[in-house]
Design a protein around this ligand. Structure first.
Ligand SMILES: [Zn+2]
Length: 60
């Protein structure tokens, strides 16, 4: 993630998993990352949906 002001690589300051708090059928989790450029006091937060790989059902 580049700083939009100075174009330098920003520092990753926080990372967490968030969710949209919806019921199971539309429930989604997000990979939330916060980047910061201290020199410009710029903060960028990205929230990228986590794509879960669906495993094929095993016959019992
Ligand atoms: Zn900057």
């Amino acid at each position: 993630m580049k700083c939009p002001v100075c174009k330098q690589e920003m520092k990753k300051v926080r990372w967490e998993i968030t969710s949209n708090l919806k019921p199971a059928d539309s429930y989604k989790e997000y990979d939330k990352t916060k980047y910061e450029c201290k020199d410009d006091e710029v903060m960028v937060i990205t929230e990228i949906p986590i794509v879960k790989t669906v495993e094929p059902e095993q016959p019992k």
